[in-house]
Ligand binder design. Sequence first.
Ligand code: TRP
Length: 403
Amino acid sequence: MSTTLARRRSAELQELIGADAGVFRILTGDRPTGLLHVGHYFGTLQNRVRLQDLGTEIFVVIADYQVLTDRDTAERLDEHVTGLLLDYLAIGIDPARTVIFAHSAVPALNQLLLPFLSLVSVPELSRNPTVKDEISHSRQSAVSGLMLTYPVHQAADILFCKANLVPVGQDQLPHVETTRLVARRFNQRFGVPVFPLPDALLSAAPLLLGTDGAKMSKSRGNTIPLAATADQTAGLIRGARTDAIRHITYDPDARPEVSSLVLLAALCLGRDPHEVAADIGDGGAAALKGTLTCAVNEMLAPVRARRAEYARDLGYVRRVLREGNERANEIAAATLAEVLTVMGMGYRDLCGADPAHLRAKIYAGGCPSGGASSWARWITWKTKKRLHAAVTGETVVTRGLQR
Ligand code: TRP
């Protein structure tokens, strides 16, 4: 899907969310490679909290296996995972409503990768533009199998819980396309509508550049982390790149570095960037940096205070992950059971070898997609019927796939 189409679809989705946020189940996530920063905050984090508070069910994956796509070993994983958890809790992710889990702790999710890989061709994998870009920036001399296949792993992240909405930045659009492809082909190949076709929800926030004027990225060291102190923030902003023109204006095409700083200040202040620039005017870069430092530090002060509080109770933080992992495992096991059953592998002792036990599980809600929308209800009913047939040996007549 082109970016223009994705934007149009995202606007439609925003309306649907406004009408009834409860029909959506969201899966989103981050690689544990460093501290989350202001770009994440305005790009996705703020939106996660908004959607959570509107009543959407959210799953957040800490994508630890995905760290190994462009490097041989994942450094300081434990520290980065704890850092992500602290950032999530500090910005307002509520573990009572949102499930936070790690890839590596959910074996059934990872197993979905195998049937999913059988549904995509090597040329399709090689064409993914985001993967191509990452290969060109990779620290490895050869392209690993994981680098080429991680978008399919990401499909498993999204589909294990039958998420129907994935809030992403533009670079993740090809991965959502892969996910839709996998879901569509799985449903068609096995004749059972097991998976929804999830939509990408593009963020409305414009792109923020790093303090060096390049793309803001954890691995480039050009970010303003949420967890930085007020002094560190002042230092990072003091060192940010500007240009030789004294008068401050907001003109992202002609003056990308200055405009990105103006934009960040405007986002923190909830103001229009042109107005912020006009107020600074001949004050120049020094005044801009002063305004920006105050704006960032003021906006982040409560987040940082909460983060410090959670950091004093790491037992609680670990418990959040443990409970999220448990919930994700329950759902992944149910989805994998369903997948194996429709693939004709119902003999595998997963839900218990006893078909009556499996049947009980299916009717007790083994299909977790049973959301409020009628489409989700239809899927659930149909899937249950086919699963029932698979374990009892009855034949069922279906009308073929819809959607
Ligand atoms: N690829 C995402 C990133 O690099 C992280 C991620 C992993 C993700 N699995 C996901 C995002 C599923 C959305 C949905 O930040």
